[in-house]
Design a protein. Structure first.
Length: 93
């Protein structure tokens, strides 16, 4: 729902790319810190997803057929990695 930390217009979110798969939670270490994270595992092994993991995810909203997760995306920059806010809108396919 965001690009480089900036919120996208709702129409762009609805008409933008979507991904199908299972959410998998894991822990990852960067430097001396551990982070909770989730990633989307594709439903078909031959499919490659261009979707980075979501660090420190929090459930933001919940409905009968959808929910929103908010966390941080690791973004590589010339000055080094930074964290930007990212949101995932997850719905029943």
């Amino acid at each position: 729902m965001r690009k480089r930390g900036r919120r996208l217009p709702w129409r762009e979110i609805e008409n933008g790319p979507s991904f199908v798969g299972r959410l998998i939670s894991y822990r990852i270490q960067h430097g001396d810190r551990d982070y909770e994270a989730i990633k989307l595992s594709p439903s078909e092994p031959a499919i490659s997803l261009d979707l980075p993991g979501l660090y420190e995810p929090v459930l933001e909203g919940f409905a009968l057929n959808a929910f929103t997760l908010r966390g941080y995306e690791r973004l590589e920059t010339p000055e080094g990695p930074i964290g930007v806010v990212q949101e995932w809108w997850c719905k029943d396919a």
